[in-house]
Design a protein around this ligand. Sequence first.
Ligand code: NAD
Length: 250
Amino acid sequence: MLTDLSGKVILITGGAQGIGAAAARLCARRGAVIYIADLNIEQGETLARELNAIQPGAAFFPLDVSSEEQVQQVIAQIQALTPKLDGLVCAAGILRGAFLTPEELTAEDFQMVQQVNVTGVFLSVKYAMPLLQASKQSVVVIIASGAGVQGPSSSLAYAASKGGANGLSMTLAAQLESRGIRVNTLSPGSIITEMKLRVELENARRQGIPEEEAIQNARRNYGTPEGVAPIIAFMLSDEADYLRGTLYTR
Ligand SMILES: NC(=O)c1ccc[n+]([C@@H]2O[C@H](COP(=O)([O-])OP(=O)(O)OC[C@H]3O[C@@H](n4cnc5c(N)ncnc54)[C@H](O)[C@@H]3O)[C@@H](O)[C@H]2O)c1
């Protein structure tokens, strides 16, 4: 039996491409109304049109999750459309400073990554709380990373941020369970997306490996956003009610 998400309204930050977009498509096919919030306006709007054709009601909101003001504004716009959110997927994320040593990595880049990958998750949950609570059976899925569980990562900043996202998620799960909100973390290993391919190409450049070979290796060895999406859909479903405060990693 396929995971049923009919009647659910789900907000996906960072949903314009990659893992977030694959989750958006699958959740829409399983019956959910999807809201996408992302920096990438062009791709976000295109995807929202595609999602609308699958499940009417989908919408796109331009958003930088690292801006408290913007998160507040987007949640206010969503409140005008729906009385509840059954799911919040925090997939917005960046990786900077791949292969840089502590001496080379700037404090500014380090902080920027924490601002998006950790503060962005905190702000999204903070302002979505009234809508999540209104659902009675809502779920937050935080996309952290294996980089913050077993490591190592190509980036010091990214590793720190994903360890932070895992920690944030564990404590949110404990705090919010009594308020009817389940919080789970998905910490995938390497998944072929634009983010991962950029790192692979940088690595290839440094090692003198031809670009094409690096891309082929990644395709052979790494997971896909479509492979991760069913886990996200399951976490968001009522069938996953027993899952609370879990961290799935690979
Ligand atoms: N690809 C991997 O190997 C991998 C592994 C583990 C975890 N992750 C995590 O999965 C999540 C999705 O990454 P992906 O691999 O699909 O990458 P991606 O670059 O394809 O997608 C990331 C999305 O986040 C959006 N985004 C970036 N900064 C934002 C901001 N400040 N506000 C709003 N949106 C913003 C981008 O526009 C993009 O649509 C990230 O949190 C990433 O760290 C990725």
